[in-house]
Design a protein around this ligand. Structure first.
Ligand SMILES: Cc1cc2nc3c(=O)[nH]c(=O)nc-3n(C[C@H](O)[C@H](O)[C@H](O)COP(=O)(O)OP(=O)(O)OC[C@H]3O[C@@H](n4cnc5c(N)ncnc54)[C@H](O)[C@@H]3O)c2cc1C
Length: 412
């Protein structure tokens, strides 16, 4: 086999020009796109799939983990709370077997503060109604949405990104932007733009799926064990990297086999009952694949630390108490002045990546990146460094972001 071929240079049509281009329409991407649009930017949102929500919807990861600290204090407001409430807006009643659960009453306005220490501010949603709702939410904000569109390369001039190259039914085209947000989950855009990245090879087989048992809907959180420190230790192999084309397919095939075996075990436990696979995942389910290595990589030891450039907070879904401030530096490209990352692929070390990758952290970093991108796009070369951090923080506070140093301090 010939090891490489030469691709001749060719003219590529430019099919759009926007203030802010967001790659990836998972929770981080939708938050970024809507935040940028609400801040007056023209925005285009690109996704390789045909629905919004990424892992949260197409991966059936339907637990909107807490936006509180587990000690009764809400630490995420703004689009995080809006997106959480949107996820269950059509839910009339809870259904524990299907994992449909509304926001606990104590977290409604006027709710009991004492009860908030025991019940966390979270919800469990129906992924199908959520992606329908997200689509309406994004388009109502004036975002130009492009489905079935994969970002596959970039054009740069010196240290400024000028275009993303995309492929879809129209072939290969370019989209021009002033400021870009990488919300691909896998840091694809950062990688194409020459940023330093880190990839993990500790992802395990998994695939949460719905099944019908005697006509009643159930969710199964089907997964091999994995290490919360995102190492291989404690996990069950085979292990996979999310940044390798062959491995993505192998991971999907292996995960489907896991689901088949899991369903067979359910049937064996309930002989004579009708058990049907109903809605499996339709996207590869990597917990942590590739991330930006920015000027600062958030470390687990930085829990309860406030930063001058804090743009959001997140609690720790695994335990009550810890609160992390998320500095703008964890979102900024180093080699590209007008590039931000959001969601699963921000600059965070593995042990804290398990916190920032959860849906609440993705919404927070998405809103921060989108807001910063809209402000950056107003300045020279769309550069993020040109954004006055106080102005950005004030704007996030106006958007009901809970940027309060007191919330980061530990409480009993
Ligand atoms: C098995 C499993 C269980 C989990 N459980 C929970 C849980 O219970 N609660 C919780 O809060 N979190 C959970 N998580 C984590 C959480 O779901 C994700 O980390 C989070 O949803 C990621 O959001 P995101 O927007 O950063 O990325 P993603 O959801 O990965 O979205 C990225 C989007 O970008 C698109 N994309 C990717 N590459 C390109 C490209 N090159 N061009 C165009 N589009 C592209 C994708 O199609 C996708 O829509 C779980 C994850 C897994 C895998």
């Amino acid at each position: 086999m010939t090891l490489s071929i030469h691709e001749p240079a060719r003219e590529v049509p430019v099919t759009g020009e926007f203030d802010v281009v967001v790659a990836g329409g998972g929770i981080a991407g939708v938050a970024a796109a809507v935040a940028a649009a609400r801040n007056g930017a023209t925005v285009c949102l690109l996704d390789k799939e045909s629905a919004l929500g990424g892992l949260a919807t197409l991966g059936n990861v339907i637990i909107w983990l807490p936006i509180c600290d587990g000690r009764g204090r809400q630490v995420i407001g703004g689009l995080g709370e809006e997106l959480l409430r949107l996820s269950v807006q059509e839910l009339g009643k809870d259904d524990p077997a299907a994992y449909f659960r509304r926001v606990p009453a104590c977290w409604e306005p006027g709710g009991d503060p004492a009860e908030r220490r025991h019940k966390r501010f979270q919800a469990e949603f129906n992924p199908a109604s959520y992606f329908f709702a997200l689509e309406k939410w994004v388009t109502a904000a004036g975002v130009t949405l492009s489905y079935d569109t994969r970002v596959c390369d970039v054009r740069r001039e010196n240290d400024v990104l000028t275009h993303v190259l995309v492929e879809n039914k129209s072939g290969r085209t370019a989209i021009a932007g002033k400021t870009f947000v990488d919300a691909t989950g896998d840091a694809d855009l950062c990688h194409f733009a020459g940023e330093a990245t880190e990839s993990l090879d500790s992802n395990v087989l998994c695939g949460w799926y719905y099944y019908l048992r005697e006509g009643k809907l159930h969710l199964k959180q089907c997964t091999h064990p994995y290490s919360p420190r995102l190492t291989r230790e404690g996990g069950a192999g085979p292990f996979f990297r999310g940044d390798d084309g062959r491995q993505v397919t192998d991971m999907i095939l292996g995960s489907r086999e896991l689901v088949r075996r899991d369903l067979a075990a359910i049937r064996a436990r309930h002989p004579g009952e009708e058990v049907q696979l109903f809605a499996p995942t339709t996207i590869a389910c990597f917990r942590a694949s590739r991330r930006l290595v920015g000027a600062l990589s958030l470390a687990e030891t930085q829990v309860h630390e406030w930063f001058d450039d804090t743009v959001g907070l997140t609690g720790d879904w695994r335990q009550a108490g810890p609160v992390y401030a998320l500095p703008l530096r964890t979102l900024c490209g180093v080699r590209n002045r007008n590039l931000l990352a959001a969601g699963r692929c921000i600059s965070a070390e593995a042990a804290v990546w398990d916190v920032t990758r959860a849906i609440p952290g993705c919404a927070v970093t998405g809103e921060a990146a989108g807001t910063a991108a809209a402000l950056a796009a107003q300045g020279a070369a769309g550069a993020v460094a040109g954004v006055d951090i106080r102005r950005l923080q004030d704007q996030l506070r106006r958007q009901r972001g809970l940027l309060d140093p007191a919330l980061v301090k530990p409480v009993a």
